[in-house]
Design a binder for this molecule. Structure first.
Ligand SMILES: [Zn+2]
Length: 457
C-alpha cells in the first residue's frame, strides 16, 4: 500500500522515480519491487507501488525499471583536498606518510588549489551516489579558504559539513584559532546546507583544554564537532603516558563523547571504552579501505554497534585508497571484519548498506538515510543490469556487493538531480578535472617531496 497523498494539494509531485527496486531502509527494511518514490520540493512526499503513485500528477517521471532506488550514501569522514595527491604515498608507513608527506602538502596548498581538489573529489563522489559528507579540512584553514571549500561542496550540489582543522599542526597560534573558528561558523551557521564545524586534528596529540574549548564553541553555535581518535595502535598508550587515562575514557569523563562528537576511526578501544562509546551514542566513522591501506587495524564494529555507538562509513581522503567508491567501502567493511575474526557469518550486505545510508545519516545528524515520506530526498538510483548482475543477487546484496560506482545512474540531493545521464548537472566535469590536474601539478612541483620515497604507484 502506498502512504497515500490524501488531498488535492498532495496529488502533484515534482519528481517521480517509478518501477525500480525501492530499498527503503525504513524500520521494517521494506523493499518494494517494483516500487516508486515521489519527491516534492526537497522532501520525499510518498513511497508506494508504481500503480498507486502513478496517479500523481508528476512534473517529471523517471523510469527506474531495472534499477535500485536507495538512500544516498554519506561519507562520515573525509579529507576532500587529499585527492590532489592521488597516486603518491602508496605503501608508505603511516608514521612517515602523515608528518613527512601529507602535513607539508596540506600546509603548502593555496586556496585555489584546495578548491580545485575538493571540487574534483566531490564530482567523483556524487558519481558514486554520495549525497552528504563530513570533511576534515586542514589544507588552508584561514576563514576564506574554509568558506571557499564549503562553497565548492555546495556548488556541485552535495550537503554536509566542513570540519575546520584545529590544533598543534596548524600555522596559526592556538589562541587565535578559536576566534577564527567562530567567525567561520557564523558565516555558515547551523542549518546551512554545508555547515562549518570545529575539528581538532587528533584527540591524542592535542591539549585537553583546547579540545574542550573547541567542543564548547561547537555547542555554543549549535553545530557538531569532528576529530580523529585512536587510529594508530600506539595511540592509547601515548595518551595514557601523557595524561594518565585512556583517550576515550577521558572524552567520557569530560562529557565530550556524545551526542555531538564525531570521531574518525576509534580502532583501538578496550572493553570499557567500547561501553562508554556505546552508552554515549558516540558517532564513529569506520573507514575500511583506509584502515586496510595503512595496515592500521580492525574496528570493533559488532561490539560498538551492540553497545549503542552510531557507525557510518568514510572515505578518509581517498588518496590512500586511490578511489572514492562507496561500493568498495561497503564490501570491504564486511570483509575485513570477517578476515580478522576468521568468521564468514559476521556482518553482511544488509549491514554494509545500513552503515553507508541510514546509519551515515544518523551519524551526520541529517533527516535522510531512509526512503519515507517527510525525509530529505537524498537518493541514488543504481543500475542492476550490468553483465556482473547476471544472475542478479537479491536487491540488497546486488547493491552492497555486486554494484560499482559506474552503475550509479542518478544522484539526487534535496530533490535536485545533481548527477544523471553520466554527467554532473551543476558543473562541467571536464573543466573541473582539467583545472584540478593543472593545479595539483603546480602544487606538487612547488613542494620538495621525495618522490622516490613516496612512490607514485
Ligand atoms: Zn582522517
Amino acid at each position: 500500500m502506498a502512504e497515500h497523498p490524501s488531498d488535492a494539494a498532495d496529488s502533484r509531485c515534482d519528481l517521480l522515480l517509478s518501477g525500480g527496486a525501492v530499498i527503503t531502509m525504513d524500520d521494517e527494511r521494506r523493499i518494494l519491487e517494483p516500487g516508486a518514490v515521489a519527491i516534492t520540493g526537497d522532501r520525499i512526499s510518498a513511497v508506494g507501488s508504481p500503480a498507486d503513485l502513478g496517479r500523481l500528477d508528476a512534473a517529471r517521471t523517471v523510469d527506474c525499471r531495472g534499477s535500485a532506488v536507495i538512500p544516498g550514501f554519506v561519507s562520515a569522514h573525509d579529507h576532500l583536498f587529499q585527492n590532489a595527491a592521488r597516486g603518491l604515498g602508496e605503501g608508505v608507513d603511516f608514521r612517515v606518510w602523515l608528518p613527512d608527506f601529507m602535513f607539508p602538502l596540506a600546509l603548502n596548498m593555496a586556496r585555489d588549489e584546495a578548491v580545485a581538489a575538493v571540487t574534483m573529489t566531490i564530482v567523483e563522489q556524487v558519481r558514486t551516489g554520495t549525497t552528504a559528507v563530513l570533511d576534515h579540512h586542514y589544507a588552508g584553514t584561514d576563514i576564506e579558504t574554509t568558506l571557499a571549500v564549503a562553497e565548492a561542496v555546495e556548488r556541485v550540489g552535495m550537503r554536509g559539513a566542513i570540519g575546520r582543522g584545529l590544533g598543534r599542526e596548524q600555522p596559526c597560534p592556538e589562541s587565535e584559532q578559536l576566534d577564527m573558528m567562530a567567525a567561520a561558523i557564523d558565516a555558515r551557521p547551523a542549518g546551512s546546507k554545508v555547515e562549518i564545524w570545529p575539528a581538532p586534528g587528533d584527540i591524542i596529540y592535542n591539549d585537553q583544554d583546547f579540545v574542550a574549548a573547541s567542543v564548547q564553541l561547537a555547542r555554543d553555535k549549535g553545530v557538531g564537532w569532528h576529530t580523529h581518535c585512536s587510529q594508530y595502535k600506539t595511540d592509547p598508550d601515548v595518551y595514557l603516558a601523557e595524561h594518565g587515562i585512556r583517550p576515550v575514557l577521558w572524552l567520557h569523563e569530560a562529557g565530550l563523547l556524545g551526542p555531538d562528537g564525531h570521531f574518525a576511526h576509534m580502532i583501538f578501544l578496550d572493553d570499557e571504552e567500547v561501553d562508554r562509546a556505546g552508552e554515549s551514542n558516540a558517532a564513529i566513522a569506520y573507514c575500511p579501505i583506509s584502515h586496510g591501506v595503512f595496515g592500521l587495524g580492525t574496528m570493533r564494529l559488532a561490539e560498538l554497534r551492540a553497545a549503542g555507538a552510531i557507525i557510518g562509513l568514510g572515505y578518509d581522503g581517498a588518496v590512500a585508497g586511490f578511489r572514492n567508491d562507496m561500493f568498495e567501502q561497503m564490501k570491504m567493511a564486511v570483509m575485513i571484519q570477517r578476515l580478522q575474526a576468521m568468521d564468514p557469518t559476521l556482518s553482511g550486505p544488509a549491514e554494509a548498506l545500513e552503515l553507508a545510508t541510514r546509519e551515515g545519516a544518523r551519524f551526520l545528524g541529517i533527516d535522510a538515510g531512509i526512503l519515507a515520506p517527510g525525509k530529505l530526498a537524498d537518493i541514488a538510483v543504481v543500475s542492476l543490469q550490468g553483465a556482473h548482475m547476471v544472475p542478479r543477487p537479491g536487491p540488497v546484496a546486488a547493491v552492497a556487493y555486486t554494484a560499482r560506482s559506474s552503475d550509479v545512474q542518478m544522484t539526487i540531493v534535496g530533490g535536485e538531480a545533481i548527477f544523471e545521464n553520466g554527467a554532473c548537472t551543476r558543473v562541467d566535469q571536464a573543466e573541473v578535472m582539467a583545472e584540478a590536474a593543472a593545479s595539483t601539478e603546480r602544487l606538487l612541483s612547488r613542494l620538495d617531496l621525495d618522490l622516490g620515497t613516496l612512490r607514485r604507484a
